[in-house]
Design a protein around this ligand. Structure first.
Ligand code: 9Z3
Length: 320
């Protein structure tokens, strides 16, 4: 059998980004999850979600963060599960999470009440206040069913290093199921970092005057993912801009550079109601109308719908 290609990015990853101690164990878990679900006839999607943190000091007080609430990843996970997929949810610690996301703005104590007026007496129980949380039973039921059938495998990251190593491990784990695997790379990933060898150990002192930072470019992980780590998979990246006039061009350029299957392009301010799904042959606008918004339709429902049918066609073309 041919040896897998070692790209220069593999070397850089090993040298400049601290390897998380649990990466081997997580990779085994992801492989077992993928094989189990693919054997049962399910497709598996790896969703990345949330922003990465880049430390400025090795005993970190300060870091550079990327904006992302994690809502796109968390809600998409739910829609993929409803479409018959099993989901590996690689997400930033404490970013929004499938199902619980619906209650993320709520103070838990406001949603609870005692069954009797004398509060914490021994025969009073704590129950959910239905006025505050009218939909909780429905969401709880679905959450428990999903948990029971092990359709969701959550994996957490915090730093850019953790994200990069865990994504590589996930790609290698999912390569075992070929074209049944989808990558949905919605996390907001830093383009810049400070290599471990150049990072000061201790807290940077303001007494040394204004801070000037020089940061390296983060290796383009999409390239080895598509070419080497999971070459048969269906891969979707996300492109985020604040200037709508350059968005489409950037999405097209990404497709030409990495030769993957689709880019979901969005502008920060309008991302909840408008995205463009760009493939080498097509370009589809997904837009929520006022009516949709009134009916609580989420744009992730449309995105997932579009991409699962594209994945279907992709699998048919691959003969798998
Ligand atoms: C996205 O564009 C996501 O749609 C958002 C979702 C992060 C905007 P929220 O989590 O927002 O629901 O609050 N993700 C990709 C962002 C990214 O970093 N892309 C890079 C780029 O645009 C790599 S392709 O250059």
């Amino acid at each position: 059998m041919a040896e897998p290609r070692i790209s220069s990015i593999d070397g850089k990853l090993a040298e400049e980004f601290a390897v998380p101690s649990h990466v081997g164990e997580v990779k085994e878990k992801m492989t077992a999850f993928a094989v189990h679900h693919a054997t049962a006839g399910r497709r598996v999607v790896l969703i990345t979600s949330g922003g990465t943190k880049v430390p400025l000091e090795s005993r970190t007080v300060r870091f550079l963060d990327n904006f992302s609430s994690g809502r796109r990843g968390a809600s998409s996970a739910e829609y993929f599960i409803e479409s018959g997929y099993a989901v590996i949810f690689l997400h930033r610690h404490r970013s929004l999470y499938p199902y619980t996301r619906m209650f993320s703005t709520m103070n838990m104590l406001d949603a609870l009440k005692f069954t009797s007026d004398d509060g914490a007496s021994s025969n009073s129980e704590v129950v959910v206040n239905q006025q505050v949380l009218p939909n909780i039973a429905k969401v709880l039921k679905r959450y428990q069913e999903v948990k029971e059938s092990r359709l969701l495998l959550p994996i957490e990251f915090n730093t850019l290093s953790e994200y990069l190593h865990l994504l590589k491990a996930a790609a290698q784990a999912l390569s075992t199921i070929g074209s049944k695997a989808m990558f949905y790379l919605a996390a907001a990933v830093s383009d810049f970092y400070i290599p471990a060898s150049e990072m000061p150990e201790h807290k940077i002192q303001s007494s040394n005057g204004p801070l000037q930072l020089s940061m390296n470019m983060v290796p383009k992980i999409l390239s080895p993912l598509v070419k080497d780590w999971a070459p048969q998979a269906f891969v979707i990246s996300f492109k985020l801009e604040t200037d709508a006039t350059i968005l489409l061009d950037k999405a097209r350029r990404a497709l030409e550079t990495y030769r993957h299957q689709a880019v979901v392009a969005n502008v920060l301010d309008s991302r909840r109601g408008y995205v463009m799904v760009v493939t080498p042959e097509t370009q589809v606008e997904l837009i929520l109308t006022e009516e949709d918004e009134k009916n609580d339709v989420e744009i992730e429902d449309r995105i997932v719908n579009n991409l699962t049918s594209a994945h279907n066609k992709f699998i048919t073309r691959q003969g798998g």
